[in-house]
Write a protein that binds this ligand. Structure first.
Ligand code: 4AZ
Length: 887
């Protein structure tokens, strides 16, 4: 989870061995043998006439000729291939015994450095000369750095290897070796190198020793942080096609902590990317890479990495022309811990992976022996668990893992519990030499085996949850065990065939809430005594546990009833009665004779001043105003793609599904807020996104870039994405930074966008437009997908419902104003979260158009029970928007 954006595990060996894939030789040989068998020589005797015999001879001669040509070709190819040489560069490190580290070794211009480097090079030459697959092809070696341990030398060696020997040579280099160079004179001692190992490297990453223009060596100053950055940061972009490296060192017996405070390099995409790699060594070797980063990270993103020794190497390989500010980072040293883990005793306590929530160091093994009082049992609850490594198949914990009771856990996991049948438990944590993550935070607790969850319900996973959450229709235990074997309360619950309980008003609402679909069966009588609300999507922007559901039921309605666009069945008499009985306005949408009435705050005022008694007549496909003004300016709220967007059970949006959704990036921070497009030049967002904070001028329009038509944050240069600056930010003059009242802003683009398949405006609701309680609407954004989790790369969507204002005022006392609307679920589960702010609430209205119901504003946490998200009500601001923008 932590490093969704991190392009970790990209292979370092590039196009290695591409030529070796050529395998046509055996097939050609088979073809040749078949040809010879086709006309065996003794067959000719059976041919009686002279003519046919000549034929046979001719064919035989031709066949032999062809076979010989083929053989000659194959031989030529074979020998030519043997002569083709490939330049191979191997990066490696080794340990020099019987040498002590000198400070001068940190300076590659010192005589001491040159002397030791010479000896290492001689020893390497000596070593390679004894290896048949390497010796004859060896060209040169360069020592790039030394560090403590007796002395560790970092080097690269160059070879010109026949193509067909490349694989063998790579294997030979990867074998850890030891070399003892015999002394030249009796008085001298031999020169011993151990752990000599090297890996093929991308020649682009080998620093040219002559070019030090972007090479920096830094040594930590005491425990003070040392700052460094890409050249020109933040005022100018780092050079295109740059090759930069930073060698970070600490004192012997220290480890380093490195934090990227701001990170914005070119996007990682298939057209090439600029890549920053952090290595846990001073050689840029893939098996010791800690992380690979590209793209832009928000400041909240955890980019702290720990080393296992006193060195780190950072490389920047820029392969694009794109202009980005680069990064700013700090590092400092810490005393190296001799061990981690240990004995934990008592009734309860907490522990975590080393340096949590920073990325744990590579190469660590920690064991915690936990013991609670004798009469009790012990369980360990993992509150956060992030041990994700690239290229590890799901379920196989072959790299970093936690092991408890013989079972290994790895990857990213929601909260879980492991328990023991005694008062002791042992937790072992292992990280291998490459790629790290933020690790885990855990607590151990003692419990009475006879009553493991006093006063609560125990999930099959061992977790305890409140008793009231049992059989409430929501999967509070991640394994659904709280919803198994339920006896539903018939007065307000429906019993699914699989015995899950669901709220009665979810029955026949066109949404499949029971896993087995039984809530949507036999719905011909739907509408009778059953509520019309739809069920929430199971997962959303910030998702909590929720049973999967999908839309499947579209029941017909009984005679003399009307079927709403949302599937509800109503008595025919309620159609065109001037009231929105369906909740989506569809029962009022196609009425012929809407009469002009006295204007009230519940009527719609046409351009000619007359009012019609119809809720939300705008852009519904019917001319309700005599002047037709309710159907003017209706190029909004529609997608270009006809694909039905109601995909319940998934959270990624489809490309172009929300063409009005905009991503706002602040310079050096990446995506921070959402916005919605309302015209070619204007967008709506949240005012709180543009408040100066901690020295950053978020209120400055020049700090922001808007991405329109964006789907994947890592593909901001994809075709169809339009990038614009801001010309003006108009925060609502009454916006209150403390209460978040009037949390709305209008943003003018520096240049109009062109509408396209993936860029279109959303409709603005009229001032009298209502979004009734229970109405299902969509929230979208790239915000965090879990509270305190990580921002999404792909635009997320979640279906939520309008909550009654009075209910919301009770849930969030003294905080809700008439400018706010609460939308979500009292049971939690689907919600907006940090990073979604400013984005739209899209409400499907009549005639298949989306109207903006609100702007993501605030909430207490994300997706929590009884804490719905709070949004700025859009209709309240309709006149202000018109006045400010003309839209
Ligand atoms: C935010 O910080 C934020 N759960 C937005 C919405 C919500 C919470 C936080 C609603 O931008």
């Amino acid at each position: 989870m932590k490093s969704e954006r991190a392009l970790r595990g990209a292979g370092g060996s590039g196009g290695l061995g591409a030529g070796l894939k050529y395998t046509s030789r055996p097939e050609n040989m088979n073809g040749c043998e078949e040809g010879v068998e086709f006309l065996p020589a003794n067959n000719s005797r059976k041919v009686e006439k002279g003519g046919p015999r000549r034929w046979v001879v001719l064919v035989a001669v031709l066949t032999v000729f062809l076979a010989l040509s083929l053989l000659a070709g194959l031989l030529a190819w074979h020998f030519q291939d043997r002569n083709v040489r490939v330049q191979k560069i191997f990066n490696g490190y080794l340990s020099v015994r019987n040498e002590n580290f000198l400070d001068a070794y940190e300076n590659s211009n010192s005589t001491e450095f040159a002397n030791l480097a010479k000896k290492v090079k001689e020893a390497l030459k000596f070593l390679y000369s004894g290896i048949p697959v390497l010796g004859p092809y060896y060209k040169t070696s360069t020592v790039t750095a030394f560090s403590e341990g007796s002395v560790i030398a970092y080097y690269w060696s160059e070879f010109d290897i026949p193509k067909h020997l490349v694989k063998e040579a790579e294997q030979a280099m990867a074998e850890k070796r030891m070399v003892t160079v015999p002394p030249r004179a009796r008085s001298m001692s031999s020169f011993v190198m151990t752990s000599v190992v090297a890996f093929p490297s991308d020649p682009r990453k080998v620093q040219n020793t002559q070019d030090n223009s972007c090479s920096f060596a830094l040594h930590a100053q005491g425990s003070e942080p040392t700052r460094f950055s890409t050249p020109g940061f933040p005022d100018s972009p780092y050079p295109s096609h740059a090759r930069c490296q930073w060698t970070l060192r600490g004192d012997a017996d220290s480890v380093l902590s490195l934090t990227f405070r701001s990170f914005d390099v070119a996007t990682c995409d298939e057209r090439g990317s600029d890549l920053v790699t952090v290595y846990d060594t001073l050689s840029p070797v893939e098996p010791h890479a800690v992380v690979q980063l590209c793209g832009t990270y928000p400041p909240s993103y955890n980019l702290t990495f720990l080393s296992s020794q006193n060195v780190l190497l950072i490389t920047l390989v820029a392969s694009t022309e794109r202009r980005h500010p680069g990064f700013e980072a700090v590092f400092f040293q810490l005393p190296r811990r001799s061990s981690c883990g240990g004995y934990l005793r008592g009734a309860q306590g907490t522990f975590s992976s080393p340096y949590y929530p920073g990325h744990y160091p590579p190469n660590v093994n920690c064991t915690w022996h936990i013991e609670v009082p004798n009469s009790k049992n012990v369980k360990v609850r993992f509150k956060a668990f992030f041990l994700q490594e690239p290229n590890v198949p799901v379920g196989s914990c072959t790299k970093d893992y936690v092991e408890i009771n013989g079972e290994k856990y790895c990857g990213e996991r929601p909260q879980f519990v492991a328990s023991s049948r005694s008062n002791k438990i042992t937790v072992h944590f292992h990280s291998d030499q490459s790629y790290t993550d933020t690790g885990f935070l855990a607590e151990f607790l003692s419990f009475d085996a006879r009553d493991p969850c006093p006063g609560s319900f125990m999930c099959n996973t061992g977790r305890c949850i409140r008793k009231e959450l049992r059989c409430d229709g929501w999967a509070d235990c991640t394994d659904y065990s709280d919803e198994l074997d339920c006896e539903c309360n018939a007065t307000y619950q429906f019993t699914c065939r699989d015995k899950f309980c669901k709220p009665l008003f979810w029955v026949c609402d066109s949404v499949r809430d029971c896993e087995d679909g039984s809530d949507e069966e036999g719905c011909s009588e739907c509408g009778r005594g059953r509520g019309g609300g739809r069920c929430p999507a199971p997962r959303g922007l910030a998702a909590g546990p929720r049973a999967p559901a999908e839309s499947s039921c579209s029941p017909g309605c009984p005679p003399n009833t009307f079927k709403c666009d949302n599937g509800k069945c109503l008595p025919q008499s309620q159609q065109c009665d001037g009231k929105d009985n369906c909740g989506d306005g569809s029962d009022e949408a196609k009425c012929q004779d809407v009469k002009a009435v006295t204007c009230t705050k519940h009527t719609y005022r046409c351009l000619n001043g007359l009012c019609v008694d119809k809720s939300s007549p705008q852009c519904d496909g019917n001319e309700d105003c005599t002047d037709g003004s309710d159907e003017k300016d209706c190029d909004c709220g529609r997608r270009s793609f006809t694909r039905q967007s109601r995909v319940v059970g998934g959270e990624n949006s489809d490309q172009g599904e929300w063409p009005w959704q905009v991503s706002l990036h602040a310079q050096g921070h990446g995506h921070l807020c959402g916005a919605s497009l309302i015209s070619p030049s204007w967008m709506v967002s949240a005012a709180h996104c543009f408040v100066d904070d901690r020295g950053f001028r978020y209120s400055e329009h020049s700090m922001w870039t808007a991405f329109l038509g964006l789907h994947d944050q890592s593909k901001r240069s994809a075709p169809g994405v339009q990038e614009r600056g801001l010309q003006r930010i108009i925060k609502h003059p009454f916006f209150n930074d403390f209460t978040f009242d009037y949390d709305i802003a209008l943003l003018q683009l520096d240049r109009p966008v062109e509408y396209s398949a993936t860029i279109r405006p959303i409709c603005l609701p009229a001032a009298d437009h209502t979004f009734p309680t229970g109405k299902a609407i969509w929230v979208t954004g790239w915000g965090q997908t879990q509270e305190a989790g990580q921002a999404a790369m792909i635009l997320q969507k979640g279906e939520i419902r309008v909550i009654n204002q009075t209910t919301c005022e009770h849930l969030l006392p003294q905080q809700i104003t008439p400018r706010m609307i609460c939308v979500g679920y009292l049971s939690g589960g689907v919600d907006a979260c940090q990073g979604d702010s400013g984005g739209p609430l899209s409400s499907p209205e009549a005639d298949g158009r989306m109207f903006q119901a609100g702007v993501v504003s605030w909430g207490e946490g994300c997706a929590q029970r009884n804490k719905p998200g709070v949004y700025t009500r859009l209709p309240v601001f309709r006149d202000w928007i018109k006045q400010q923008t003309g839209v």
